[in-house]
Design a protein around this ligand. Structure first.
Ligand SMILES: Cc1cc2nc3c(=O)[nH]c(=O)nc-3n(C[C@H](O)[C@H](O)[C@H](O)COP(=O)(O)OP(=O)(O)OC[C@H]3O[C@@H](n4cnc5c(N)ncnc54)[C@H](O)[C@@H]3O)c2cc1C
Length: 383
């Protein structure tokens, strides 16, 4: 049976996060964007609310929910601000989830309680300066020397990797060659502050200005052999499955941004007058907003479907790619249209839609570009 209503529990979560975003994020987030600074206070509150622990069992310090609960929270946060939403998305989906899914009991004990509580953040270092889409082209290497991995290489654009509360970055590295000559890629946990691990200064970004994105370099960086995450040589398969899930979360975030554009446009179109009446009284504007709502709603259904398949244990790779591709393009279109509805004010940073416009573009790039999503969908269709 098709039923897209949220359960009472999820509806309560949605309302709580929506109120938090409206009351505690919206009034202050603009200042963090202006100064390109990380909102530690907001992240701490998100931690206290249990958002970083949503999809993890209580035994690891989580809330005992599931991945869909995370998506619902991401949507409501992104409806107001994408920086705090991506900090949560990356912290959970890229930071803690690989440890939960592939870690040993000791690794889980070491890292998950703080990551689930939002006291510390985790990050995932896959992309390199030489390329992100072709993730198998990893150049970073890790060589086992006695009981330590010695890591050399550089990672680019890594979210949450250089905050004061960053605890650990999982990096992919070439650890050898398979018998058929292909690269053996493994995932290794690198604690913040490890010798030989350097975090560069923040990038100057077009959007997501209140989130942390850094280049990381590893120069004879040594970590214990026990920091291998999952089986040696399984790093490639591991991150592919992490990214499949992550696409649903990014789709949820994109839907939030797209819906936020509707919220802001309705508000503005009712208030702003031109030619003696509210601009929303013109069908040219009203239809624009109606089309924005259509796109946000249909994109939401796409990510609900992908999440439902995932939770039922069915294949969901194609649906996750569909949801991510569609929702991110919807977000970009809605942000452009919302800016248009706002006229000149839409180009002013103090207006939320200006932030949404700047924040939207990365959704078509991060965690697999639109071209990569189309490649995945076409491949799954047998092309
Ligand atoms: C703000 C931000 C945060 C990020 N956070 C993280 C993070 O936490 N961890 C992480 O590992 N990475 C992160 N990334 C990296 C992101 O995932 C990559 O930027 C993305 O995967 C694209 O890789 P690239 O930038 O190297 O582009 P490229 O792979 O060089 O692609 C350039 C262009 O070529 C296209 N292209 C490439 N190959 C093909 C093909 N075969 N067919 C058609 N078109 C193709 C791409 O779609 C794109 O349009 C982040 C990036 C940003 C900007």
């Amino acid at each position: 049976m098709v039923d897209t209503r949220l359960s009472d529990e999820l509806e309560a979560l949605r309302k709580t996060v929506a109120e938090f975003a409206r009351d505690e994020v919206a009034p202050v987030i603009g200042e963090y964007y202006e100064t390109d600074s990380f909102p530690y206070g907001i992240v701490a509150k998100m931690g206290e609310m249990g958002l970083f622990g949503l999809p993890f069992p209580e035994e690891h310090g989580g809330m005992g929910g599931d991945y869909f609960a995370l998506c619902v929270a991401l949507e409501e946060l992104a409806r107001v601000d994408s920086s705090v939403a991506i900090t949560l998305e990356a912290g959970v989906s890229l930071g803690a989830m690989p440890i939960y899914r592939f870690g040993t009991a000791k690794q889980k004990r070491t890292w998950l309680p703080d990551l689930c509580a939002g006291r510390r953040l985790g990050a995932f270092g896959l992309t390199e300066p030489g390329g992100g889409s072709d993730a198998g082209a990893t150049r970073t290497t890790a060589v086992l020397d006695g009981d330590e991995w010695v890591i050399n290489g550089t990672k680019a654009f890594i979210t949450n990797s250089g905050t004061d509360i960053t605890a650990v970055v999982t990096v992919t590295a070439v650890t050898g060659r398979a018998p058929d000559g292909r690269k053996e890629i493994s995932a290794i946990l690198v604690p913040a502050g490890s010798p030989g691990f350097t975090v560069s200064k923040k990038y100057s970004k077009v959007g997501w200005n209140a989130s942390d994105t850094r280049e990381l370099s590893f120069s004879d960086c040594r970590v214990p052999a026990g920091n291998l995450l999952g089986a040696r040589g399984r790093g490639y398969a591991q991150f592919l499955s992490i990214l499949d899930e992550g696409r649903i979360a990014i789709a949820a975030l994109a839907v939030g941004l797209a819906q936020g554009c509707v919220d802001e446009s309705v508000r503005y179109a009712r208030e702003r007058e031109a030619f003696g009446r509210p601009i929303g009284a013109n069908q040219a504007i009203a239809f624009k907003v109606a089309d924005m709502e259509v796109r946000a709603h249909t994109a939401r259904l796409a990510y609900y479907d992908a999440a439902a398949r995932m939770l039922r244990g069915e294949p969901f790779k194609r649906q996750a790619a569909v949801a991510k591709l569609y929702a991110s393009e919807v977000a970009v279109t809605n942000a452009r249209e919302a800016t248009q509805v706002h006229g000149g004010y839409g180009f002013m940073n103090e207006y939320p839609v200006a932030r949404m416009w700047r924040d939207s573009k990365i959704l078509e790039i991060g965690e697999g570009t639109s071209e990569v999503q189309r490649m995945l969908i076409a491949r799954d269709l047998g092309l």
